[in-house]
Design a protein around this ligand. Structure first.
Ligand SMILES: [Zn+2]
Length: 80
């Protein structure tokens, strides 16, 4: 099921790809691999409604520090 046939930004062609998505919630950041339709022309990424819901759930867990089920992946640093 595709939400779009063409890129809604530029009308370019979309290809399904595995992409890395960075999610931030509170002080935490999570990286996850998801399927997305990526525009060949402008690089716009389109996610399914299901994937967007998953992002929301993960963000909420990050905000509530419910990160026990996530695998640690190094440290994040803030550079002023
Ligand atoms: Zn595009």
């Amino acid at each position: 099921m595709k939400p779009f046939d063409k890129c809604p930004v530029c009308g370019g062609e979309l290809v399904e790809k595995d992409v890395e998505k960075l999610l931030k919630g509170g002080i935490h950041v999570a990286v996850l691999k998801v399927r997305a339709d990526v525009c060949l022309q402008c690089g716009e990424r389109l996610y399914s409604a299901e994937t967007v819901r998953r992002f929301e759930q993960i963000r909420q867990k990050l905000e509530r520090q419910e990160v026990g089920e996530f695998q640690p992946l190094g440290h994040s640093f803030h550079v002023a």
